[in-house]
Design a protein around this ligand. Structure first.
Ligand code: NDP
Length: 248
């Protein structure tokens, strides 16, 4: 049976857990060959085995998106070893919530270098080839936090606001040349994301918020991403905001 992404190649950053892992599986199920990038190679190897077992072509990429050169290499290897690059999912991210007063600026550097610069480096590495081929999808994972700023999330908000601005500007630059730039903005998803928060009060608040509702699962977001990249070429789903029904 023909599948919607047969013959296409996708690269997913942050594929070692959560939304990225679920997205790699969903894209492969839709027929794509997938390159999976993240820093934890053991986790990528386990995912690669599952993908290969299901019959997908897969490439494992040890990747730190804060390293510009590593981003360029990841895109080059995807093109040379999987034969192209049609879908880039910029998913790698960190959410180090906390107040601005009393914050450790190291948290800010990690968020800006990963969520903002990392996404920009990956896009920079991929976009020329997509413009040349006159097609391609860049799906940037933003957040509800990219649309609504809240006390205790300031720098995470700022990083996702940057993702939204960068995406809309790039969309205007390349859309008429056949390259689609999309934003997927999840609400609370059950993943490891909040476990890395360094401010104890913020970590606890995040845990309690997630406990009080039926959160999204990573697969729910992966479905939205597959929807975005399986539209006919003349249809661009620019933005998808997907919250848990219980999230106010
Ligand atoms: P996870 O913590 O489960 O996944 C984050 C992924 O990013 C991991 O695979 C991690 O891999 C990777 N990553 C982190 N830093 C780097 C880096 N420097 N280089 C390469 N990869 C990196 O969280 P989620 O799946 O929830 O998060 C994915 C995206 O979704 C993020 O952009 C997040 O902001 C966004 N999001 C999540 C929401 C949620 O509620 N969970 C809500 C809204 C948006 P490794 O550590 O192996 O490098």
């Amino acid at each position: 049976v023909a599948r919607p992404l047969d013959g296409e190649v996708a690269l997913v950053t942050g594929a070692s857990s959560g939304i990225g892992e679920a997205t790699a599986l969903a894209l492969a199920q839709a027929g794509a060959a997938v390159a999976i990038g993240a820093r934890r190679v053991d986790r990528l190897d386990a995912l690669a085995s599952r993908l290969s077992a299901s019959g997908a072509r897969v490439l494992t990429l040890p990747l730190d998106v804060t390293d510009e050169r590593a981003c360029a290499d990841a895109v080059d290897r995807t093109r040379s070893e999987l034969g192209g690059l049609d879908v880039l999912v910029n998913n790698a991210g960190v959410m180090l919530l906390g107040t601005i007063v009393g914050a450790d600026p190291e948290d800010w550097r990690r968020m800006v270098s990963t969520n903002v610069l990392g996404l920009m480096y990956m896009t920079h590495a991929a976009i020329d080839g997509m413009v040349e081929q006159g097609s391609g999808d860049v799906v940037n994972i933003s957040s509800v936090a990219g649309r609504t700023a809240r006390k205790g999330a300031g720098v995470y908000n700022a990083s996702k606001w940057a993702v939204n601005a960068f995406s809309e500007s790039l969309r205007q630059e390349v859309t008429a040349r056949g390259v689609r730039i999309s934003l997927v903005e999840p609400g609370a998803v059950a993943t490891e994301l909040s476990s890395h928060i360094t401010q104890p009060e913020a970590r606890e608040a995040s845990r309690q918020m997630a406990q009080g509702m039926r959160t999204l699962q990573a697969e729910d977001v992966a479905r939205a991403i597959v929807y975005v990249v399986t539209q006919p070429p003349h249809v661009a789903v620019n933005e998808v905001l997907v919250r848990p029904t219980d999230q106010e």
